[in-house]
Write a protein that binds this ligand. Sequence first.
Ligand code: GUN
Ligand code: FE
Length: 422
Amino acid sequence: MRAYRANILFTPTPQRFEIIEHGFVVVGNDGNVIGTYASLPSEYKTIDVVDFGNQLLMPAMNDLHVHAPQYRNLGIAMDMELLPWLNTYTFPEEAKYKDIKYAERMYRRFVHDLWKLGTMRAAIFATIHPEASCLLADLLREAGMGGMVGLVGMDRNSPNNLSNSVQEAVDGTLRLVEHTASLPLVSAIVTPRFVPSCTPEMLTALGKLANGYRLPVQSHLSENQSEIEWVKELEPKSTCYGDAYRRYGLFGQTPTLMAHCCYTADEELELMRQNHVFAVHCPTSNCNLGSGIAPIRRFMNAGVPVALGSDVSAGSGFSIFRVIHYTLQMSKMKWVAGGHKEAFLSLSEAFWLATKSGGSFFGKVGSFESGYAFDALVVDDSDLNFDNYPIQHRLERYIYLGDDRQLTHRFCQGKEISAPRI
Ligand code: GUN
Ligand code: FE
């Protein structure tokens, strides 16, 4: 057992921050939070206290949608919309992960950069390649970080060098399930790339796999208008894009993440609500590919779960703090475009999306309430806090102005995580 002392902030509810100035978080030997306190209760007087002085202590970031094999394309190739972008830049890069040496070189950097920007858990798309996907899981484990890794299924409208058969996708996913069975914080997730990349046979098999083994699912949904039109042609029996996944058992029958949801209309939203399907908001990606602005307030009002994702490399960076910043800005643009009807998001709501809401996909993660995993960041914002701002403003300044230079310590499940070897 151990206590950490600092300026603590977290969001038990979206509406407001819980702030304890110079407070204590007591963490058990299992890495879970026992409690937060303004002064240390007498029963803990003998335990070790690590004092972080005037620094901020907050839950770590969760990235619920990121493509590890797009690492090399970060910050380039944003001159096209989704479908030509995939064919021109993304598929050729992902095909390189057949080469395990190349995969290791890039995946080490990927894990390092997640760590660097304060993301301790992530839901990750790998590629069709089983060996490289298992290696990615190993690298997360080696780092001490958590997450889910998906071997991607794609068997139509995909280049020959980046296609797998239904059997290969199923076998590869099962290999990843076995491979991660003994890894405490890392697991496998069923990953059909998106409807245009998957035949009905692929979707059927992956739906059976998810339901048979009770595995979670991740994919893309209603990101771009050309994509949505294409799905209507490919799946004419489905009443909407989300219904196409539902018909194959891939829409909330097991815990499900759907990235983007920029053009989700009422019927799809209702399906998501009923089936508890997460809308993973990726605002930096949606700006870069000119995709659209997701109706996050509408999802939240309706009770659809929402999380945040970097969507690297359509998203141009790993920082979920940057994604929070864009979430707030995009929400204001949506508010303007919608005639000022639905309120824009508050700082605490956007922070809650990145921490407790996204973290809930991994279990009790993303808060400092009792029983939650101690996934945490320590921020030395003394360069930004030159005039004694109140704690919430210090966080706000860090979100808008800070980067990895202010992050002094990172914890995942109670363990301090040092820089992963590149
Ligand atoms: N839809 C299918 N694949 C992808 C991808 O790699 N990135 C994004 N942003 N959307 C997709
Ligand atoms: Fe994506």
